[in-house]
Design a protein around this ligand. Structure first.
Ligand SMILES: NC(=O)c1ccc[n+]([C@@H]2O[C@H](COP(=O)([O-])OP(=O)(O)OC[C@H]3O[C@@H](n4cnc5c(N)ncnc54)[C@H](O)[C@@H]3O)[C@@H](O)[C@H]2O)c1
Length: 429
């Protein structure tokens, strides 16, 4: 009988410096006991399917030539083409892109989208470059990864420091290389170029839908429920408005300028106007300001971190009195804080489920691009709500069956779907 030569780590990784990939590997370890016979395939999840590192040479405005480091990682494509954003950030590393790609595999499978997981990145601080330089960097990066992306292979989207314009340049570059306009190669495009209505609000809308489902499960009526939100940008601002319109009381909001509070409920529309005019929520009339410690300790039904990662941590988790935490941001709760909140009986709806509204409408954008037939915004919102509700109920059922947290349940649901696909397809050759 032959010995299994599988090594836990590929040679390009070092056990003492795994970075975010190490966190992801731990999550897979935790889920493995729940995978039953499918655990035979679990090694599939512990290594990315394809990893591409590219050099991006670009002429800068001053005539010199600069070289940038670019990545595209396809973690898993068992259930469909890769899907995941492109990040422009000076701290991008292979480990980070690998972990983000893996979390996209989990997110797509948790919501049952027919996608695998992928992610891309360019190691650059975009604030240091002109618009023309950024366009050249984007175009050369797209050309370099062009062999492995495509509407049937891997579909990039915006992430940190990239936006609809970046996607327009990526779509144009790919199309020029192919000799045919190919709108479906990226999502998050401007609506004028095959982008989808409803995409801008999609993540916040998904947070709202999941929040109402979780509240209903906990026997909390949304009408009059207290909501506390960190972050008042795309995700937090949209969620705040939708909860407000549904009759909830958004009692506090924190952004980078400070925390505002009104125990009777903030006027969210007035707060939005104030934030637009003053660059943040601080100083909004009709509100009192709070310290960050007071903000986290507010008595509330729903708490929605929708700003940055690691915001709920050992320093504030003990004081949190929210009944339900809905993770609008990616990775807002550290593992230590997760344990503290779970031991107090707080329900945490994990990011891979709660903020999946964005990738869900990206899926709609991709479908619309294929059919060249575009849906109305109400149709999009209706389909988004149906998919988010069904994802929430599938994950909740698994949480109840195994008596595990929703985070573990989302991973069990997702990893089971990915490995079922792996097993059904079989190994080639
Ligand atoms: N936009 C999407 O479609 C989407 C999809 C999935 C996940 N997310 C995640 O949601 C989070 C928010 O994304 P966004 O698109 O709303 O970003 P955004 O830039 O529109 O808004 C970010 C908000 O966070 C606030 N903020 C920044 N630093 C802060 C600090 N130190 N303390 C308190 N507040 C602070 C900002 O003031 C702003 O209100 C991120 O974690 C992002 O990865 C976004």
């Amino acid at each position: 009988m032959s010995e299994n030569p599988t090594h836990p780590l590929p040679s390009y990784l070092h056990a003492d410096d795994l970075g975010p990939w190490g966190i992801y590997l731990e999550q897979v370890e935790r889920v493995t006991p729940y995978l039953g016979k499918l655990s035979k395939w679990v090694e599939t999840l512990k290594r990315p399917k394809r990893t591409l590192i590219v050099d991006i040479p670009v002429e800068l405005d001053n005539g010199t030539i600069a070289h940038f480091e670019g990545y595209r990682v396809q973690h898993n494509t068992s259930r469909g083409p890769g899907k995941g954003g492109v990040r422009f950030h000076q701290d991008v590393t292979l480990s980070e892109v690998m972990a983000l790609a893996a979390w996209m595999s989990v997110k797509a499978a948790a919501v049952n989208l027919p996608f695998g997981g992928a992610k891309g990145g360019v190691r650059i601080d975009p604030r240091n470059y002109s618009r023309g330089e950024l366009e050249r960097i984007t175009r050369r990066y797209t050309s370099e990864i062009g062999a492995i992306i495509g509407p049937h292979k891997d579909i990039p989207a915006p992430d940190v420091n990239t936006n609809a314009q970046t996607m327009a340049w990526m779509m144009d570059t790919y199309s020029m290389n192919k000799g045919a306009t190919t709108t479906g190669v990226v999502t998050g495009k401007p609506v004028a170029l095959g982008g989808s209505l409803g995409r801008v609000e999609a993540t916040g809308r998904g947070v709202f839908v999941i929040g109402t489902e979780a509240a209903r499960d906990a026997g909390i009526p949304i009408e009059g429920a207290r909501v506390v939100i960190q972050g008042f940008g795309n995700v937090g601002g949209t969620a705040a408005r939708l909860f407000y319109e549904a009759g909830a009381k958004v009692i506090a909001v924190q952004d980078h300028t400070g925390c505002v509070h009104n125990a009777g409920g903030l006027d969210v529309l007035g707060l939005t106007k104030h934030a637009e005019e003053h660059g943040g929520v601080a100083g909004c009339p009709g509100t009192e300001s709070l310290s960050a410690a007071e903000f986290w300790a507010l008595d509330t039904e729903l708490l929605i971190p929708a700003a940055l990662e690691g915001q709920i941590n050992e320093s504030n988790a003990d004081g949190i009195r929210a009944k339900i935490v809905i993770e609008g941001a990616n990775g807002p709760t550290t593992p230590e804080a997760d344990d503290i909140l779970t031991s107090k009986g707080t329900l945490i709806v994990p990011d891979v489920l709660a903020n999946a509204g964005g990738v869900t409408v990206s899926y709609f954008e991709w479908v619309q691009d294929f059919s060249s037939f575009y849906w109305t915004e109400p149709e999009i919102n209706h389909r988004l709500e149906a998919m988010m509700r069904s994802a929430y109920s599938a994950v909740s059922a698994v949480a109840k069956e195994h008596r595990v947290s929703q985070r573990t349940a989302a991973f069990i649901t997702a990893c089971t779907r990915i490995l079922e696909a792996r097993e059904l397809r079989g190994l080639y050759p």
